[in-house]
Ligand binder design. Structure first.
Ligand code: UD1
Length: 372
């Protein structure tokens, strides 16, 4: 029986890799059919991730590329529908909260194919985030909702999702992290590969990522963040792998010259193993990413989140994360605190144990293929 699995954007790949691997153990029961929507398409945003994570070649690449939200979502839907007609899966599995997630979920449900959502129930309660809309809608459409932290179930129950659809499976992104930690590239190697500054030592730099539309699309907000980053870089060097969206916005706003070259080391988007290595050796991470908040918690590295809210509260209550927002004064205070006292140490949350994908696959078999 065929299970269609969907990936589209960079943060989907590390979530799908362990699921594809766990599906190998039940290949007498389930034939996975991997669809890549093509939302992310650059070598650095896609191919290196497939290679390093050992994800099989997609059975189908929809090749949609970039566009407005409506264009991208609609294109994915149009191209995904005939795939379902052709392969007739018993269910469709989507991960995360990107446009590919909601687009494919909606197509599946309209065809009365059960939808399985991995990483269900996370809520920032900020509807200005495109991902929040994707999360709410995908969860409403889903037949089986697999959660990464216990608070997610409460969010879902409040929205009227019935309890029997929810299953606490743990965090598949941490499955990937744990199985790849040892192979991570050293930060020196990464800097060397990109011709970066060599005057950076272990646990003596900040790692920065920035790509949320709310932070980079408005030139005034972006300028404020760039100023504070340059201030942080006076305390310790900053390594900054730059997302394509952010690259464009920084150039358009003419802000490149605001970042002191020798203290803020800008890299192109780095690979998964390079990012893992950069995180492990960082003194702290500054980010607006969802995934990095979780990965730093799993690694025990202090994380300063440059957003007003988080949909992953366990990284704050149990992990190493502090949500500071974009106020320069608060950001500097938080960075100085981490530098002075080492930052939050935290503990690794329940079921972030490397076994989430196996629990997910076992639950899928139990629910959809009960005779086996
Ligand atoms: C998407 C996800 C976001 C996720 C992020 C991780 C949505 C709504 N957003 O945002 O949740 O955190 O991925 O990266 O789905 N581009 C390239 N090469 C690529 C892909 C994109 O240059 O391979 C550029 C294009 O100019 C594009 C822009 O980046 O317009 C934004 O890409 P898009 O997929 O629309 O959203 P992200 O900002 O990457």
């Amino acid at each position: 029986k065929v299970l269609v699995c969907v990936v589209g954007a960079r943060p989907n790949f590390m979530k799908m890799a362990p699921i594809m691997r766990a599906l190998q153990n039940v290949k007498h029961l389930i034939a996975p059919y991997l669809v890549h929507t093509g939302q992310h398409y650059d070598q650095a945003m896609k191919d290196t991730f497939f290679q390093q994570l050992g994800i099989p070649e997609p059975n189908m690449d929809l090749g949609v590329g970039s566009g407005t939200h409506a264009a991208q979502t609609a294109n994915i839907m149009l191209k995904f529908e005939p795939v379902l007609d052709e392969v007739k899966p018993f269910a469709v599995l989507v991960v995360g909260d990107v446009n590919s997630t909601i687009a494919c979920g909606l197509v599946a449900v309209k065809k009365q194919i059960p939808l399985i959502h991995v990483e269900a129930g996370l809520r920032s309660y900020d509807r200005e985030m495109p991902e929040e809309i994707n999360r709410i809608l995908t969860d409403q459409l889903s037949d089986l909702l697999l959660t990464t932290e216990r608070a997610a179930a409460d969010n879902l129950l409040k929205e009227g999702v019935s309890e029997r659809r929810i299953y606490f499976a743990g965090n598949v992104m941490i499955d990937s992290l744990l199985s790849n930690c040892k192979q991570a590239s050293s930060f020196q190697e990464t800097l060397h590969n990109y011709g970066g500054n060599q005057n950076v030592s272990e646990k003596n730099y900040a790692l920065l990522t920035l790509h949320r539309p709310s932070n980079v699309d408005d030139p005034a907000t972006l300028a404020r963040l760039i100023t504070v980053i340059s201030e942080v870089s006076r305390k310790l060097p900053v390594i900054f792998p730059v997302h394509p969206r952010t690259q464009q916005k920084i150039s358009q706003a003419g802000l490149l010259s605001e970042l002191p070259e020798e203290r803020v080391i800008m890299l192109p988007p780095v690979s998964y193993l390079e990012m893992l290595g950069l995180m492990q050796a960082a003194r702290l991470v500054l980010t607006d990413s969802g995934g990095l908040q979780e990965e730093t918690t799993a690694l025990g590295v202090p994380c300063v989140t440059l957003r007003e809210n988080t949909e992953r509260p366990i990284t704050v209550t149990e992990g190493t994360n502090t949500v500071v927002g974009t106020d320069p004064v608060k950001i500097m205070q938080c960075v100085e605190e981490v530098l002075a006292n080492g930052g939050k140490s935290g503990r690794v949350p329940e079921y972030w144990d490397g076994m989430a994908a196996q629990r997910i696959v076992a639950e899928i078999v139990r629910r959809y293929l009960p005779d086996n």
